[in-house]
Design a protein around this ligand. Structure first.
Ligand SMILES: [Zn+2]
Length: 99
């Protein structure tokens, strides 16, 4: 496994583990609140990591060179990650089992 994939998998697993630990520590906590807090933290960290370097000709930073461009890139990534998730489709979806 290459280093980037290793880092991605480690961060992914630790984020899920943190959610499980928070839920385990506080049985009264609403899972939606935990998940929303994790998502807010993840978005914050992602935006922090995508600050353009300041060189207007930088090709690496072109896709994230404005707030709107960063948001578009973030939404593209969220669409991709959601579609790849094992929890994207649920057997209890209101449209499950229909064509
Ligand atoms: Zn750059």
């Amino acid at each position: 496994m290459d280093e980037a994939a290793d880092t991605f998998d480690s961060a992914f697993a630790k984020a899920v583990d943190l959610g499980n630990r928070l839920a385990g520590k506080d049985k009264e906590a609403d899972l939606w609140d935990i998940a929303d807090g994790l998502l807010a933290g993840a978005v914050q960290y992602w935006l922090y990591s995508r600050q353009p370097c300041g060189d207007e000709r930088c090709e690496d930073c072109a896709p994230i060179s404005t707030a709107d461009a960063r948001l578009a890139e973030l939404k593209r990534l969220i669409d991709q990650l959601a579609a790849e998730s094992e929890y994207f489709h649920a057997p209890t979806d209101s449209n499950a089992g229909r064509a």
